[in-house]
Design a protein around this ligand. Sequence first.
Ligand code: HPA
Length: 246
Amino acid sequence: MTKLAIIGGTGLTSIDDLKITKKAVAQSPFGAPSGILQTGELFGKELYFLPRHGPSHTIPPHKVNYRANLWVLKQAGVDTIIAVNAVGGIHADLQAGQLVIPDQIIDYTTSRTNTFFEEGLKEVVHIDFTEPYCPSLREKLISCSNKLSINCMEQATYAATEGPRLETAQEINRLERDGCDIVGMTGMPEAALARELDICYACIAVVANQAAGRSQEEITMEMISKNLNSGIETVKKLLSAVIPTI
Ligand code: HPA
């Protein structure tokens, strides 16, 4: 039987509908994960929930212990992860609050430990990452969002930046020239670490703002939280449809 986990991002540090049955202080050889690992029932299925930035949203993207998070989920038997990530919209069609199911990543991060395969190896390991997200899980997310008539971009390239600052306008122009549609700070190394552990991993990205230089407005945390509120409601609708199919 599939064991599912949801990794919540900015705007999703808890899930109201989750009937929590267990809370575990998990540890890993790489240190502590972002918080207590919650087990609970959501939309008829038992699953795990871990808020990436901690329960009070205090861990910035570049300080998240991605290895510990992925490790404790794997130890719990998780084989499938839906990650929820707030992003800025680069593609002109994207509006605040809209969902995106990315199919590609370009990694621009610079200071993160990005692999489990670095010490005590019998042999060097290179994982295949041609398709960084799990195609079958992406398909489920897309077909459920279509059934619910959710306005969702079904293919997109996620630019993973280091943060925690937002980008300059020219950095966004460069990301666009590189073929990126959305930009966020938490997509990597999470996706690659999931692949190293052989976990089927897909992302629901929520557009929190138009990327730097793409609107006249200053990007503020207030703007991000306001836009995420409506986007996260749509994420929950999508989760209610997709979870029973997993
Ligand atoms: N850039 C990077 N990460 C983000 C953004 C952004 O504009 N919005 C939300 N996360």
